[in-house]
Structures are given as C-alpha cells and as structure tokens.
Ligand binder design. Structure first.
Ligand code: CND
Ligand code: ZN
Ligand code: ZN
Length: 365
C-alpha cells in the first residue's frame, strides 16, 4: 500500500501502474500543477457523492516517477496528463466509435478505487480513496496506465494542466458532443472555466451568435473576449430565461449547454432550444439525489438532450493532440487562469471559486 507523505515537499509526480501494487517512493523532483475545478468542490459540498476520506483533484499535469509491471506507454521522466475518463481500449465504449465514457471510469458504486478494486493511498494506516482515478491534490499519485497520456515534453505544465479537465470538457462539448456548425446560434449557461471553454469551442466551430448566460456579471468581460456575442444575466429579467433566449433568437437556439450543475438550468437550457432540431448538452455535474420533471413535449417536438463527460474526447488519443494544438497556438489557456497559487494555498483557491472571483486557480507544487 502506498503512504501519503505526511509533510508537504515541493514535488509532485505520477506513479503509473498496470498490475503492480507496491510503488517505490523515490524523490523525482519535477514542478507540476493542478487546477481547481467545480467538480472537486461538488464533492466537498455533497453534490457529487464520493467515499471519504478522499484525495480530490482531477485536472493536472505531472511527471512519471515510476511505473509498474507491464506498463509500456509511459516511462519515468515522461510529462503526462492524468485522465479522469480513462481509455482502456478494450471495453464496449472504447471499442465503439461513438462515445468516450470508458467503462473503467471511476464513477458509480465502486467509485474511489483503482480498477482492480484497491486503493493505493493510506494515511496513518487507514485507506484513503482515489477521486476519478486521478487524485491530483497530492505530491504523488497512482493512476492506471489507461488513465494517463504522455504529452509534448516542451509543454508548460502549469498551463496545460487545464487540458486535463476544464478546457477539454468545455471545448469538446461544443466540437465533439454538439458538433456545432458554422453560422449556428448557441447559448451557454455558466461561465466558469468549463463554460468559457464551451464559448471557445463554439467560436472555433464558426457559430455566428454565442449567448453567454450567468448570474455573475463579472464573468461577462472574459466571455466577450473569448467569443460571446451577447451576455445576459437572468436576474435582469422578470420572465424565465428560456423565454428571453427564445425571443432573442426568433424561436430558440440551435445548441445550448448547461455548464453549472443545476437541474433548473438544465431544464431551461433544453427549453431555450429551437423545436425540431435544437440540441441541449448537459455538461454540469447533476446534483446528487435530484430528479428533473420536465414537459416531454419539448423532446416530442424534436429537441435532443445529450450529456458530455470530458468533452466526448477519447482521452488517451485526444489529450496529446490537444496539447500539440495548444503548442501550435490553436487555442489559448491563459485567459482561463486567473490565479496561480502555491499548493499550500489550496483553501484560498477554493474560496476564490466559491465567491466567484476566479475562473481557474492553478496550484503549483
Ligand atoms: P464554476 O463554478 O467556475 O462556473 C459555474 C458558473 O455558473 C459560475 O460563473 C456561476 O456564477 C454560474 N452560475 C451559478 N448559478 C447560476 C445560475 N442559476 N444561472 C446562471 N449561471 C449560474 O464551475 P466550472 O466551470 O469549474 O464547472 C462547471 C460545471 O461543470 C460544474 O458542475 C462542474 O462540476 C462541471 C464539470 C463537468 C465535467 C464533465 O466532464 N462533464 C468536468 N468537470 C466539471
Ligand atoms: Zn472538472
Ligand atoms: Zn474502456
């Protein structure tokens, strides 16, 4: 079993395992980084139910410290991004061309464990659970080989860590899941790191109208900078926001995205789609133990409702390419990173997220 270092040293690396359980703790010093995503906070608030105690964090970049038996795709010293949606290459989802949600994804009844049913973290002799197969708020983590992608060694880890979740999740929701077309009209509910990445994806896809929706107007300047054509605050209207959007767009949008994690906005995002062909994508994590009641006439009359985890990307294949695209300046990450903090200020990073003052805080080790 692996022991969490009891004192923080300014190092971090990733130990990659296929079959071996005993990881050797070696001091392979590399600076790495991890972003704070709302999904981490959802676990703290209880909106996303996970076993405790747990090491959170799922949006990171690091360096392989050691590998277990049989691991061939990475070696010590490689720069990597952990994949919270793995790509085992063997399950029905991985073999299908249609989706990306590998059956080894660390969600559901066995959440918190490695695919072989073990946890590799202990603290004072007690088991500590993994989060989404990644657990990146720690100096050392252990991930299955299917949950790590080797990236360009020249990539700046304190930026490309966002490709581990927020950026890829939002960008892919527009490009992979919705497949936004040139000239289309889009509405994005929620302008955090993920929602702003949806805005970027819609822009790259050639959408002619991108309507950004948020109750925090401080998010609007950045949304406009990244491609939003209109920004609206539901609090400024005395009618439901889906009605406002339908009036603004002559009957509804082609594509809408819920990037908050609330059932009321999920329903509003569906309702603001145009009948006959509008598509709404749920990106925000559904809050635990809440169901949606909605008018099925919305679907009967031709709207589609979809969900998107990690932007629909087949992770191990896509992440190295996304990093390559970043290096080619196909997209930017800097505007999403409002704060870079030393790892010891993790609680400050969470406060910035909760008070709506940050987009992404990146913690460096
Ligand atoms: P963040 O909290 O930074 O952004 C959410 C935004 O929504 C904020 O700007 C809020 O002001 C805004 N907001 C809150 N309530 C409302 C409301 N009622 N109406 C309009 N706007 C509102 O979150 P994030 O960008 O880090 O993450 C967004 C969601 O995506 C969140 O639920 C997170 O857990 C989820 C997510 C999904 C996936 C995936 O693979 N699908 C991966 N990571 C995160
Ligand atoms: Zn995330
Ligand atoms: Zn798989």
């Amino acid at each position: 079993m692996r022991t969490i270092p009891q004192t923080l040293s300014l190092t971090f690396s990733i130990v990659c395992h296929k079959t071996d359980i005993k990881a050797l703790h070696r001091n392979f010093h590399q600076i790495v980084a991890t972003g704070i995503c709302r999904s981490d906070d959802h676990v703290v608030s209880g909106a996303l139910v996970m076993p405790f105690p747990i090491i959170l964090g799922h949006e990171a970049a690091g360096v392989v410290e050691s590998v277990g038996q049989g691991v061939t795709s990475v070696k010590p010293g490689d720069k990597v991004i952990p994949l919270f949606v793995p790509q085992c290459g063997e399950c029905k989802s991985c073999l299908s061309t249609k989706g990306n949600l590998c059956s080894k994804t660390d969600l559901g009844s066995r959440a918190g464990l490695m695919p072989d049913g073990t946890t590799r973290f202990t603290c004072k002799g007690k088991a500590v659970y993994h989060f989404l197969g990644t657990s990146t708020f720690t100096e050392y983590t252990v991930v299955p080989e299917s949950a790590v992608a080797k990236i360009n060694p020249a990539a700046p880890l304190e930026k490309v860590c966002l490709i581990g979740c927020g950026f890829s999740t939002g960008y892919g929701a527009a490009l992979q899941t919705a497949k936004v077309e040139p000239g289309s009209t889009c509405a994005i509910f929620g302008l955090g790191g993920v929602g702003l990445s949806v805005v970027m994806g819609c822009k790259v896809a050639g959408a002619s109208r991108i309507i950004a929706v948020d109750i925090n107007k401080d998010k609007f300047a950045k949304a406009k900078q990244l491609g939003a054509t209109d920004c609206i605050n539901p609090k400024d209207f005395n009618k439901p926001i889906h009605e406002v959007l339908m009036e603004m767009t002559d009957g509804g949008v082609d594509y809408s995205f819920e990037v908050i994690g609330r059932t009321d906005t999920m329903t509003a995002a569906l309702a603001c789609c145009h009948s006959n062909y509008g598509v709404s994508v749920i990106v925000g994590v559904p809050p635990a133990a809440q169901n949606i009641t909605f008018d099925p006439m919305l679907l009967f009359t031709g709207r589609s409702w979809k969900g998107s985890v990690f932007g629909g990307w087949k992770s191990k294949d896509a992440v190295p390419k996304l990093v390559a695209d970043y290096m080619k300046k196909t997209f930017v990450l800097d505007p999403l990173i409002t704060h870079t903090l030393p790892w010891t200020k993790i609680n400050e990073g969470f406060d910035l997220l909760r008070t709506g003052k940050s987009i992404r805080s990146v913690l460096t080790f």
